[in-house]
Design a protein around this ligand. Structure first.
Ligand code: HPA
Length: 278
């Protein structure tokens, strides 16, 4: 458990970067290269930020990158804290609350995910339309901090419809310019991990209405909506769900696919951030 206050983390970050931040971005496994796009970057390792835990998973740098992208100030989380690493949910959502304390209005969550839909092959991107919280816990459990949001927050529209449309329009524009990738839409099912699923579990999540499965995003999306941020979620499909391809799932494959789509992913994210604006 951390006894730190996200406002202290925000004050510390402001002491290093004093421009207002409207949009924060969380980069998922294999997608960290996007942070190289940031101009005039100020990089702060998580261990220096009061209250932040450390990211232990391979493929996550573990730093906050602040700077601008085509004139829009952004805070980019290069690596996140996963529940499967053993962190308390409070630690998992601490950066989200820090962004809210910094005055951010928008949060873009990205992740690597397994596809339950064989049309959405590895290398596809999926705009998240909704989620299933199958992590076994809600990150807002416990005493409510009324200064962030209400005790019983509404979750009818976690993923902002206008932001979803920005992604679809910008993906279409990139495709017209010759990039070849598939953009799906669907429901992301958040699981605790760290195991990948069994084929029976994949069949179950499909029946429950999931289009993709992963081990992140849901806690941050819930905390962000609690605090009134507008949320966009994009999954990078790195593999088909267990049992759907006849092959076993490796973390290396997850990382490689992230690397393969990074050109398109960067371009899409940059354009969408521009559309969201400041
Ligand atoms: N399952 C859960 N999480 C994942 C997967 C998967 O198949 N691929 C990438 N993250």
């Amino acid at each position: 458990m951390t006894s730190k206050d996200p406002r202290e983390a925000a004050d510390f970050i402001r002491s290093r970067f004093d421009r207002p931040i409207s949009t924060a971005v969380v980069l998922g496994s294999g997608l960290g290269a996007f942070a190289d796009e940031i101009e005039d970057a100020v990089r702060i390792p998580y261990e220096e930020i009061p209250g932040f835990a450390r990211s232990t998973v391979e493929g996550h740098a573990g730093q906050l990158v602040l700077g601008s992208l085509d004139g829009v100030n952004v805070a980019v989380q290069q690596g996140r804290f996963h529940f499967y690493e053993g962190y308390e949910m409070e630690q998992v959502i601490f950066p989200t609350r820090t962004f809210a304390s910094l005055g951010a209005k928008n949060l873009i969550l990205t992740n690597a995910a397994g596809s339950l839909n064989t049309d959405m092959k590895p290398g596809s991107l999926m705009v998240i339309t909704d989620h299933l919280n199958c992590m076994g816990v809600n990150p807002l459990r416990g005493k409510n901090d009324d200064s962030f949001g209400p005790r019983f927050p509404d979750m009818t529209e976690v993923y902002d419809r206008e932001f979803q449309q920005f992604v679809e329009e910008e993906a279409a524009a990139i495709t017209t310019k010759g990039a070849d990738f598939y953009l799906g839409r669907g429901v992301y099912c958040g699981l605790s991990g760290p195991t990948y699923e069994t084929p029976a579990e994949i069949r179950m999540y499909r029946l429950l209405g999931a289009d993709a499965v992963g081990m992140s995003t849901v806690p941050e999306a819930i905390a962000a909506r609690h605090a009134g941020l507008r949320v966009l979620g994009i999954s990078c499909i790195t593999n088909l769900g267990a049992g759907l391809s006849g092959e076993i799932i490796h973390h290396a494959e997850v990382m490689e696919t992230g690397d393969r789509v990074k050109g398109v992913f960067r371009e899409l994210l940059r354009r969408v951030i521009g559309r969201i604006g400041s």
